[in-house]
Design a protein around this ligand. Sequence first.
Ligand code: IPD
Ligand code: CA
Ligand code: CA
Ligand code: CA
Length: 261
Amino acid sequence: MTGLEDRCDAGARIVGHAGDLALDYFARRAELDVSAKANPQDLVSEADRAVELLIRDAIHDAVPCDGIIGEEHGCAAGDSDWNWIVDPIDGTSSFLHGLRGWSVSVALRHGTRTVAGWVADPSGGRLYRAVAGQGAWLGDSRLRVSEARLLEDGLTAVGSGHPDRMGALIAALLSRGGAFQRNGSAALSLAHVAAGHYLGFYEPRLSPWDCAAGLLLIEEAGGVSDPHPLDRPAPVLAGAPGVIAELRNLVATTELAEPVD
Ligand code: IPD
Ligand code: CA
Ligand code: CA
Ligand code: CA
């Protein structure tokens, strides 16, 4: 196996299997071993670790030379220019609380370009996928971002972050007639932007595995995003072309004097 097409076939198959395994764990989430990482809301369970191991083993079997960067098991350098960025369960908190706002997110990078991405929503039976230059898709349906021109014409998704800053952002959004939602999975939120369900998305700090696949979905669906380095945590701001300037302004006007690290 050498090229993008074979890797795309492998990626879709692997993410599908990962979603099935995650769903098995979701059905028995009350029995899982769970611990907190950085804070009491930042949870990890045996499901996160097991799903990532399945993905890593399957990538290694399919393309042994490729590198893998995963949230739970770290970085395994490869001998090729291809790297896979893996979030086995994005939205662990939703997952463990029995909500459907979680996903499996995998992106494929070639050099410094994201060339393919998959966001599976296993509890909704959906797999969002994109290939650079070839579009973003849900099944046979091509994804397109919203054509709205004002934030008051739809829903804006927000992530978590500094309480003052997010509070100010949400207040400003509401005061201009907009509305916010938070489904618990940044990757799934970005897929919903690509599908036109959300107008845009903002979170002040996301890791590469949270957003690499979702940002490609948005780009391939005709949306725009501010650049994310994809080698360290950074803000993610993305949306439909008609509202991105308004969303940028809103975020800028609610920024704190001190940068969020
Ligand atoms: C989290 C989710 C959440 C976002 C957090 C992420 P995780 O990822 O994407 O929506 O607000 O910043 O860390 O930990 O559930 O994989
Ligand atoms: Ca996590
Ligand atoms: Ca995540
Ligand atoms: Ca995760």
